[in-house]
Design a protein. Structure first.
Length: 205
């Protein structure tokens, strides 16, 4: 996902959003393989009866990103971060359409894996629990939620997240540590939560 000059990619994206069909065709050709691979990874965590086909997920997420207005585009990585978030949103909406709303309230336990991501094989109910936990994080700590979206949805490492967000990598690591504790508390209440963790914004960057 790193090929091409960021400025050229951004210019192509802006032309596509402005209605240039040639630019739109070129942009889709450039991003299709990466979007298809991203869709395949995302759908491995969703049961077949709860998921769209990869091709449909690629097209829907692409249209959502290109159609967004008022964004300060920051090149290729930023595009794929937004595409990954769009894929997540599409899958959550699909799960809700299939009647996967939890009965009786409360969050389902969803295990974090050893790398701070989420264990594979998420059911529709798990996907909804994850979405709710990230929404709660977004309300409590918006910047930490951005880091989660870039790391989990787009698969960026700390340095790549820092480049997209325009902050030092050490701050990304601090926010990621806090976010993991927050999400673990929401998704696996039996473990210690973020209450004992320092607010990452309080430490110097």
């Amino acid at each position: 996902m790193d090929g091409g000059a960021p400025g050229d990619f951004t210019f192509l994206l802006q032309r596509a959003r402005g209605g240039d069909r040639g630019a739109e065709d070129e942009l889709f050709r450039l991003v299709y393989d990466d979007l298809r691979a991203m869709a395949s990874r995302r759908m491995r965590n969703v049961p077949p009866h709860d998921a769209l086909q990869s091709t449909a997920l690629v097209h829907e997420s692409y249209l959502r990103v290109v159609g967004r207005r008022g964004l300060d585009w920051r090149g290729r990585r930023h595009f794929f971060a937004l595409a990954a978030r769009a894929m997540h949103d599409v899958l959550v909406e699909q799960a809700r359409r299939h009647g996967a709303v939890k009965r009786g309230g409360g969050m389902r336990q969803v295990q974090l894996d050893g790398e701070g991501g989420f264990a594979p094989g998420l059911a529709a109910e798990d996907l909804l629990s994850l979405s709710e936990a990230i929404a709660a994080l977004r309300e409590a700590q918006p910047f930490a939620a951005q880091v989660v979206e870039l790391r989990f949805f787009a698969g960026l490492n700390h340095e790549e997240c820092a480049s997209v967000l325009g902050v030092p990598a050490i701050r990304v690591r601090r926010e990621w540590s806090y976010a993991r504790a927050f999400l673990q508390d929401r998704l696996d209440p039996g473990r210690p939560g973020p209450g004992s963790h320092e607010d990452p914004r309080s430490a110097p960057t």
